[in-house]
Write a protein that binds this ligand. Structure first.
Ligand code: PBG
Length: 348
């Protein structure tokens, strides 16, 4: 019979100083240097995650500041193209375009939205010609072109769902024909994703994607955007089609419907007040999830910073990082360019 050597003694824990309790876990150990903090970082925020929304105005060499959104301007197409070049250089893969039309070009049927030579279509063509790789996303909804300021067709004082669909489809086709890579219905009419998919496919635009504003709340945070476009509803509000901020199960129903109808990417909007919704949507579907950090979110930070209440860059970074952490793959933000500049400079 051989005698086994005694098992090694487990290392002794250092004795706690007399009278103190002993800390087994010290989370601060992982935070003590910039290198360590980088190693253990769970979420990344890169220019490649961002989409820059842009307001396109008529005319040439025009840049008009938007008072409610410091740092944002309405730009004529030549400036939009320059911005597109700059965004691409900085690693921002996509622009989302919104047209600003003068009142005289708006009507009940949003006719201008289907004009092949309309402002938005011209902007798409110019961008795709100048920066072909840049992804161009166009908005599908009636409000920028509507004398009623609603996303759908107004009939007898109500927003008529089914009569709106063919109008949206024609709009999307005009955008696809101009070269849009992705059309983004933001109107919240029922059934529009399937309707658009079919119309695009029938016309041969199978390559054009659909980014569905699946979960769009009736939000006070769109105020600055409506000022920028002068697109506020002329009567009533948008509560019969946009979602109640109180609801999250309904959000999951909306995304499931849109994915079933062919959405390539689904979106939650606004972003910061709806992080729980972003997380729930991320868990419910396997298509990419976008979040729109809307005009009011941007304006809050910009105006608070101007009042000396906040560090603007830090607050922007923190907000967008939180939106990524909640589960957004893609963020639409008016701060995309300044952030990309900052991130390229080794910021974050
Ligand atoms: C409407 C639309 C809105 C926004 C994008 N598309 C506003 C609205 O529903 O009235 C808002 C974006 C923002 O506030 O930044 N189709």
């Amino acid at each position: 019979m051989t005698t086994q050597p005694p098992p090694p003694r487990p290392p002794q824990r250092p004795r706690p100083p007399q009278g103190a309790f002993y800390l087994v876990e010290r989370p601060r150990r992982n935070r003590q240097s910039p290198g360590l903090r980088q190693l253990v970082r769970e979420t990344a925020l890169e220019p490649s995650h961002l989409v820059l929304p842009v307001f396109v105005a008529e005319g040439r060499d025009r840049r008009e500041p938007i008072a409610a959104m410091p740092g944002c301007e309405r730009l004529s197409i030549d400036h939009v193209v320059a911005l597109g070049r700059r965004a691409w250089q900085l690693g921002i893969p996509a622009l989302a375009l919104f047209p600003v039309l003068p009142e005289q070009r708006k009507d009940r049927l949003a006719t201008e939205s289907r004009n092949p030579e309309g402002l938005l279509q011209q902007a798409v063509r110019a961008l795709k010609q100048a920066v072909p790789e840049l992804v161009v996303i166009t908005d599908v909804a009636m409000d920028p072109y509507s004398s009623d300021g609603h996303d759908g067709l107004v009939e007898n004082g109500e927003i008529a769902n089914d009569p709106t669909l063919p109008i949206l489809a024609e709009m999307a086709l005009a955008q696809a024909q101009a070269g849009a890579d992705i059309v983004a219905p933001s109107d919240m009419m029922d059934g529009r994703v399937g309707f658009l998919r079919q119309a695009l496919d029938d016309a041969g635009y199978t390559r054009v994607g659909i980014l569905a504003y699946s979960v769009k709340y009736a939000s006070a945070f769109y105020g600055p955007f409506r000022q920028a476009l002068d697109s506020a509803p002329r009567h009533g509000d948008k509560q019969t089609y946009q979602m109640d901020p109180a609801n999250v199960r309904e959000a999951l129903r909306e995304v499931r419907l849109d994915v079933a109808q062919g959405a390539d990417i689904v979106m939650v909007k606004p972003a910061l007040p709806y992080l729980d919704v972003i997380a729930a949507v991320r868990a419910a579907v396997d298509v990419p999830v976008a979040a729109y950090s809307v005009s009011g979110e941007y304006a809050m930070i910009k105006h608070a910073a101007r009042a000396g209440a906040l560090d603007e860059q830090a607050a922007l970074l923190e907000s967008l990082l939180a939106i990524r952490r909640a589960g957004a793959d893609i963020i639409l933000t008016y701060a995309a360019l300044e952030l990309a500049e900052r991130l390229q400079g080794g910021g974050a």
